[in-house]
Design a protein around this ligand. Structure first.
Ligand code: AHM
Ligand code: MG
Length: 341
């Protein structure tokens, strides 16, 4: 679909997805419907997150997730919402979520379909209690197994093979941003009519970056390359020009801001926790889908050595260092790591 067809026009997400699919005569509409279902999940989760301070839903459930972190109740709600909207549609072979240790099979009483859905139901959930933006991240692959229940192998695919990916940000407004490999498009929820409207067609990362985003509190655990790269960002560079620092501590919000303004987010490998030598973020639920969006918007994502999208996952909850944003900055990070580490 030519985006020029949409100036000053009110375009709902439904209409936009449908129009994009029309370019593919073989499309069965399954992916279209899967994206609708995710938009619906987004609305349901948004209706809860915006009332989080009102309903008695805050606080820990007293359980821990597979990463050993406390599970907040709203995480659970988001997790179940996405599962329940997708378990019976016949579109998915299997799911996997950051909140579950193993793959999530489609219940036996329902048919399986050709896609695989991986998701982080509510990322940055430690921020919920303080009214800071949180997000949902999703990744869609084609199944590799032929039929029947989907398998672990169906979930362990390279980002390069993504069919679609996106996120929902629950911020001062709720937005859904996604790509099916034809650019990155953003939709803002109009809560009064309950529709996502096209607000950010064809997002491209601005060539001149503004911000760098990293948890600088952990600097002493970083490698020499990462420290030198950070000083380069702070103005020890050819132009003598520094970037401004912004760090929310909520990946979707940090990524979203940098996508619109230009910049780099990184969560490097560090020596803080011997159990997490590759940093904190997960390849399948966080790094790969955002890397897909970054590349679609003209940017790049790396683990410091190679493209995130080329990493073959070995496990569902594998962590990876992440450098993501403007290509020039991410390649600079690779250079410093290559040279000094
Ligand atoms: P979560 O998946 O447990 O919510 O943790 C992921 C979050 C990201 O949103 C964010 O980028 C990162 O943790 C912040 O970590 P830190 O507090 O170490 O800077
Ligand atoms: Mg997360």
């Amino acid at each position: 679909t030519e985006l020029r067809e949409f100036p000053n026009q009110i375009t709902t997400i439904e209409r936009f997805i449908l129009d994009q699919q029309r370019g593919f005569p073989d499309a069965t509409g399954t992916l279209t419907n899967l994206l609708y279902d995710l938009a619906l999940a987004a609305k349901i989760i948004a209706s809860r997150t915006t009332r989080a301070g009102l309903v008695d839903i805050l606080g820990s459930t007293g359980e821990q997730n597979v990463q050993g972190e406390e599970v907040q109740k709203l995480d659970r709600f988001a997790e179940r919402t996405i599962f329940r909207l997708n378990d019976h549609t016949g579109r998915l072979a299997v799911m996997a979520s950051e909140e579950e240790a193993d793959i999530i099979p489609i219940p036996e009483r329902f048919k399986t379909g050709k896609y695989v859905l991986l998701y982080d139901p509510l990322d940055g959930s430690s921020n919920i209690d303080f009214n800071v933006s949180v997000g949902t991240i999703f990744a869609i692959y084609r199944r590799k197994s032929q039929e029947g229940p989907g398998t672990l192998e169906d979930c362990l695919q390279k980002g390069r093979d993504l069919v679609a990916a996106g996120y929902i940000i629950y911020g001062s407004s709720t937005m859904m941003v996604y790509s099916t490999g034809q650019g990155v498009h953003g939709f803002t929820l109009d809560p009064s009519i309950g529709e996502f409207l096209l607000s950010h067609p064809n997002i491209r990362i601005p060539a001149r970056p503004k911000y760098y985003s990293v948890n600088q509190g952990y600097e002493r655990y970083w490698s020499e390359g990462v420290r030198r790269f950070t000083r380069w960002l702070q103005g020890e560079n050819e132009e003598g020009k520094e970037l401004s620092l912004r760090y929310i501590g909520s990946l979707v919000a940090d990524f979203h801001r940098n996508l619109l303004t230009g910049g780099i987010f990184y969560y490097p490998a560090d020596s803080k926790d011997p159990d997490k030598p590759h940093g904190k973020l997960r390849l399948l639920y966080e790094a790969a889908p955002l890397a897909f969006l970054a590349e679609q918007a003209g940017g790049y994502a790396s683990d410091g050595h190679r493209p995130i999208l080329d990493i073959q996952p070995q496990g569902l909850h594998q962590r990876t260092p992440l450098f993501i944003g403007n290509r020039s900055l991410v390649e600079k990070a690779e250079y410093f790591i290559r040279t000094y580490d």
